[in-house]
Design a protein. Sequence first.
Length: 283
Amino acid sequence: MIAVKDLTYSYPSSSINALDGLNFKIEKGEIFGFLGPSGAGKSTCQKVLYKILDNYSGSVQVDGKNLKDWGKSYFEIIGVGFELPNHYPKLTARENLELFAAFYPKEKLLPIPEILTIVGLENVIDDRVESFSKGMQMRLNYVRAIMHDPEILFFDEPTAGLDPMNARKIINHIKALREAGKTIFITTHNMTTADELCDRISFIVDGQIVLTDQPQKLKIQYGDDRVRVELKNGQSSEFPLSKLGVNNDFLKFIREHEVQKIHTSEATLEKVFLQVTGKSLDV
């Protein structure tokens, strides 16, 4: 659905490339993620893809068509969830959405009360947005991105500023969008969000892609090939994962004691990122 080749971009006020020869593809129906610290180029790349930034070099193809050849109809097939809220505060939630709904064909629009229910804002539909918390405004951002049922969605830090319950609502709905065949590009420095949502991720640092793979494969590849057994009496021990079923020390340990839990020593994405790039995911 999206194919990027040798994408390079620098801001007019800078002599350093914000994007430096990016190459990646996003398949239809895939959730693809950029994982990296602030300033790595994640948001800049998305801005190129949803046509906020031009004057880039390289090639970008979207649904088989050069991005530069897409006209206004492009904005009917994409939805954008920005990192920061950007609403009209004096208008109500309903009025904000009705305003943006006017930009799209009526037949594509989803009912406003219905989509506000997805993010738990149905009871404040006629409240002015100036009374909303940041988290509520972020949820309204999300609704605005999906209201015209686009085929491609760009989300920049989709769970930022949300409490765990509302973050879960967003995560679950993004998964539902994937099941419906939508193509989704997420940028984040939150490794938990990337780990749970993304089919594939790219590590991006200083405008360059360092590595691309499935999160689970990366965690296994860069983790320890061992299992850790924790007992209810507080004791714990580690054993090699290889030939675990015939490891007499392991079998004796779990037979003679009451086991609290057993888990593999796979790495977190944050540890993998640090190991591969030498940099932290801190904002």
